[in-house]
Design a protein around this ligand. Structure first.
Ligand code: N01
Length: 545
């Protein structure tokens, strides 16, 4: 009788040997994971689909791409020498600068020699007899590893809507999440941008300055807050570097992985004048702190509406044509319940003569044509189309890999009704599989680097502990997983977040289960929980000898 627990691999694959761990992805998570595992004396192999390191910052090269966490916060903290020597040039770093930083880290810590670029992992199969994973790639390689660590990012599966006729378009089209490395010059072009999420909001002002004419196809207007980007103030840099350890500690213990002044006053207890002053001050400072102006903005709809109304008034003050201002004004979701983008001149861009806003909820896109795009009521001649239409977030990249745990159970099947994890790191039935910033962890609701470092450190410590005690495997129990999933939902339901049709809810992907995927309990509280689990001998996990 064949052993049902052993899964056959595809014929024609080449076994390339054993290592202690396979890491999938060479972005910020994969690189630091590799560094930590090497430090423990483990052998690790990293597979990366791109031809270079950087993950998100390797793929998202669209005009205006920049981080909206401040650069002094959006950087690794694990090496004091690194954080002291690296110099950021702006308050919010551009994509090229972040990619230079990540390349610098890869070189500085000599990481490239264990990374295989241009290789996609297609399958990962667990063998319950050996407690090892066999990982298979698109170029036919197979490798066996005790641990399989998914560092594939939360927003790495670009989503291009299936409009009829796209293959007939005579011009060029791009997705913001898979941008040509050579860049795109829109000078003299008629350009259509579809989508007004963070990527659209960052790229639209820049494309508008280049294009002959820009048509923005908007389905849902979004709230956005000014970034007020500027060169990094040397005095601010000096001060932070002198106090970096303390600053990083506060970030780790904070709610979102960076510190903003958080008010403990409920908005409805303040007078209209006090609210106006608070919102004006936050608007003038720019950045994510806007929604921390009052304590109840993410939990009380009436309170939230006071902040939303302030932003809509700003839109009316900036955009000269009242009809366009109204079309840009979000009315279908509480502010902050969809990821709040930060912008530079976004609303003002709609004052330009060469920019046209098309509300595709009123006049839906019917098809892409050889010469452009057709809505129900009009045809638009376009030379270039930019899809700023987002990602199959949080689960998309994981579920494109055929991941099979005990008894051949497929993760795709297990997650058919939505992702289920313990702590967003582990999945019952999938021993020795770790997910960095997986669904059920703060991940996308936080400063990603803070969450990445926390997960990597936790996983590295867990592996070290298993090895020290001669355990072959660790597996989340189904009870712990069920309890965590219930907790994640319960906390989400105390907020307004589930009220928005957001990618946090899977709402942007037709047919995707509607579940609030990230954990909204806060970075600091979550870290404490993970540390407690470890301190109690990995409570909620089974350790396998
Ligand atoms: O994607 P999105 P994104 N027809 O999903 C529209 C991170 N990020 O790439 O809202 C017409 O937010 C869709 O409309 P609707 C950040 O976490 C970070 O912009 O679904 N329109 C929406 O307007 C962010 O949240 C940074 O109705 C369609 C847009 O496309 C996440 O990435 C920068 C459509 C997609 O918005 C994703 O942002 C950039 C269709 N069929 C991104 N399908 C920084 O750190 C979709 N849309 C700065």
């Amino acid at each position: 009788m064949p052993d049902a627990r052993r899964q056959p691999m595809e014929a024609g694959t080449e076994q390339v040997g054993d290592c202690d761990a396979v890491i999938v992805g060479a972005g910020l998570a994969g690189l630091y994971m590799l560094h930590r595992l090497r430090g423990l004396g483990l052998t690790a192999r990293v597979y990366e689909a791109g031809s270079g390191v950087g993950g998100t910052w390797y793929w998202n090269r669209y005009p205006g791409a920049r981080c909206d966490i401040e650069s002094m916060d959006y950087s690794y903290s694990f090496s004091d020498a690194l954080q002291q020597e690296w110099r950021w040039s702006e308050r919010y770093a551009t994509q090229p600068e972040i990619l230079r930083y990540i390349n610098h880290v890869a070189d500085r810590f000599d990481l490239r020699r264990d990374i295989q670029f241009g290789t996609r992992v297609t399958a990962a199969i667990f063998d319950a007899v050996t407690n090892r994973w066999t990982i298979q790639t698109d170029d036919g390689e197979r490798v066996s590893a005790q641990f399989c660590i998914m560092a594939i990012g939360c927003l790495s599966t670009a989503q291009t809507p299936r409009f009829p006729g796209l293959d007939t378009f005579k011009g060029e089209w791009y997705h913001t999440g898979n941008w040509p490395h050579a860049g795109v010059d829109f000078t003299g072009q008629r350009v259509g941008v579809i989508g007004t999420g963070a990527s659209g909001i960052q790229s639209i002002p820049i494309i508008a300055r280049q294009a002959t004419h820009l048509f923005v196809f908007q389905r849902t207007p979004n709230f956005t807050i000014p970034a007020w980007n500027a060169p990094l103030d040397p005095e601010h840099e000096r001060h932070l570097k002198a106090n970096y350890a303390e600053h990083r500690r506060k970030n780790r213990e904070s709610r979102a992985g960076f510190v903003v002044p958080v008010s403990d006053t409920p908005a409805l207890e303040a007078t209209p004048d006090e609210r106006q002053r608070a919102y004006e001050a936050r608007w003038a400072r720019g950045g994510f702190g806007f929604t921390s102006a009052f304590a109840d903005l993410s939990t009380n709809e009436e309170a939230n509406e006071t902040a939303a109304a302030f932003v809509r008034a700003r839109i009316r003050a900036i955009v000269r044509d009242p009809a366009i201002a109204e079309a840009l004004s979000p009315r279908d979701h509480p502010i902050g319940t969809k990821r709040l983008p930060l912008d530079t001149d976004y609303y003002d861009t709609f004052n330009r003569d060469n920019v046209t806003l098309i509300d595709v909820r009123k006049d839906p896109i019917e098809a892409i044509t050889p010469d452009g795009l057709r809505t129900r009521d009009a045809a638009y001649a376009l030379d270039r189309i930019v899809f700023a239409t987002g990602f199959d977030a949080m689960t998309g990249a994981l579920l494109t890999i055929d991941i099979r745990g005990r008894a051949g159970c497929a993760l795709q099947r297990k997650w058919a009704e939505g992702p289920r994890t313990y702590l967003g790191i582990a999945v019952a039935g999938f021993p020795n599989l770790f997910i960095i910033t997986g669904p059920g962890s703060p991940s996308v609701l936080s400063n990603m680097i803070v969450s990445i470092e926390q997960h990597v450190d936790w996983i590295a410590d867990c592996i070290a502990s298993l090895r020290a005690r001669d355990y072959a495997a660790i597996e989340a129990t189904i009870e712990a997983e069920d309890g965590w999933v219930a907790h994640v939902n319960e906390v989400a339901n105390t907020t307004l977040y589930p009220k928005a049709n957001s990618w946090y809810m899977g709402a942007n992907i037709p047919g995707k289960p509607r579940i609030f995927m990230p954990y909204i309990g806060g970075v600091g509280a979550y870290r404490k929980k993970c540390d407690e689990v470890a301190a109690k001998g990995y409570e909620g996990f089974t350790l396998i000898a």
